[in-house]
Ligand binder design. Structure first.
Ligand code: 6GU
Length: 224
């Protein structure tokens, strides 16, 4: 799998993509993540990639030409399953979407910026518009980093213990149960006895009950 990210702020994406599981997955060649500076595709002598909007509102709009050049170049090199555009008015990114995208081939993520992007880009190049939640970010870079993190850790082999991705919160629409480690007692606060019992069936039952109870209490919407 290869993920190409097109952005006006490539620096912002360097560190989030190069630590921990994302770093290891790239070192193991499970995924290749390539960040492109949109300005490299500008033909303007000042490397401009934005301009004033027709119709005279405030704010700048990302131009179609550099985006066309970047996407056309990438598509000439390999096939892509989706051209994703990060935007607050997109479809909500969630665990099922992360699962689907982790099984995709190659992805382009175009980070939105400025007031918006020439709508023709959305009509003619973008195949999927995605938001990470109902709040407004300065740009799509942090959203792209979050999506990459959620997608890449689901690629088989990215996480050492494969069970641990399967038991994540949300993976089966339930929140994860509490976990504990040594010491079994700290300042009089004890780890639940069942976890120390060695009785695996009882432990699994307890975990499932805890998941259900926490989901009912904290996220009843997941059970609907
Ligand atoms: Cl994908 N972009 C921006 N600019 N703001 C957001 C977002 C994306 N998702 C939530 N807020």
């Amino acid at each position: 799998m290869r993920i190409d990210i097109i952005t006006v702020l490539p620096e912002l994406l360097q560190s989030p993509l190069n630590y921990s599981i994302l770093k290891r997955a790239q070192d193991k060649k499970l995924v290749e993540i390539v960040v492109h500076n949109l300005r490299d595709y500008s033909l303007d002598k000042h490397r401009r990639v934005d301009d004033y909007p027709f119709g005279g509102e405030a704010g700048m709009v990302m131009q179609i030409e550099p985006v066309d050049r970047a996407i056309t170049q990438l598509k000439s090199e390999r096939n892509y399953d989706e051209v994703i555009f990060t935007t607050p008015d997109g479809e909500r990114f969630d665990q099922p979407m992360a699962n689907r995208l982790s099984m995709a081939g190659n992805l382009i993520i175009l980070c939105g910026h400025y007031k918006g992007i020439d709508y023709r880009i959305r009509e003619h190049f973008v195949t999927k518009e995605v938001t990470i939640g109902d709040y407004v970010l300065t740009g799509g870079e942090l959203a792209a980093a979050i999506m990459c993190d959620a997608i890449v850790r689901l690629i088989p082999g990215a996480i050492g213990d494969e069970q641990s991705a399967l038991s994540d919160s949300f993976q089966d629409n339930l929140l994860a149960p509490p976990v504990y480690t040594r010491p079994a007692e700290y300042k009089g606060w004890r780890v639940p006895d069942v976890l120390l019992s060695g009785h695996q069936r009882k432990i699994d039952e307890w975990k499932h009950e805890q998941s259900l109870e926490r989901t009912r209490r904290l996220r009843p919407d997941l059970l609907e």
